[in-house]
Design a protein around this ligand. Sequence first.
Ligand code: DGP
Ligand code: NA
Ligand code: NA
Length: 217
Amino acid sequence: ASATTVSKRGILIVIEGLDRSGKSSQCQRLFDRFQSQGRKVRYVKFPDRSTSTGHMINSYLTGQAQQDDHSIHLIFSANRWEAIKSISLDLLSGIDVIVDRYSFSGAVYSAAKQNPDLSLEWAWSPEIGLLKPDLLFFFDISSADAAKRGGYGAERYEKEEMQSRVRTLFKELFARLDGVAVHQVDASRTMEEVAADVLSIVQGTTEDETLMSSALH
Ligand code: DGP
Ligand code: NA
Ligand code: NA
């Protein structure tokens, strides 16, 4: 390679959605697809339960530990902040990064607790400054349809009323944000239909759009 070769940076793809919306399966499919195309790709799942903040989050979600609403909110946010430098370096070195849940889940799950001292605006604030996704998907499914998919698990937020508030808040947050385009995907369809939609949007993202990375605000 000549000295003038500039390696293209990777793209940051975020998939958000409700529990049971099929996010994790689609992230995996996209990851496999990129790998088979010879692209360098990394998969990141938030919360990352393997770190010390992740251990606290796991204890909280599984009901082994109680936490103040504000405190656990900031721990979820810290779980993203502690990973962002390494994600940024990977993007700069040309690796595409696929992220399963991110700041948008962070804000809406906490705001859905209906704690009068924890507004959506407050919940968004610790996310300010994290990397802005190049592509953001929202997997939309009604809480009733999601519940039919084998039912919710036993974790803290996996209750239908909670999920229904989360869905409303995702839409409210996306309407409020500026500078972040959301690709809404009907996640009630088959895996194949959803995968085809995701792929066509990913393939429509030109290199130009991926040249500038910026921060959430
Ligand atoms: P998952 O491992 O994707 O099933 O996520 C665990 C649960 O935690 C899920 O119900 C969504 C929720 N969650 C994810 N990120 C955050 C966050 O930053 N804050 C809060 N309060 N909840 C979150
Ligand atoms: Na879950
Ligand atoms: Na999940």
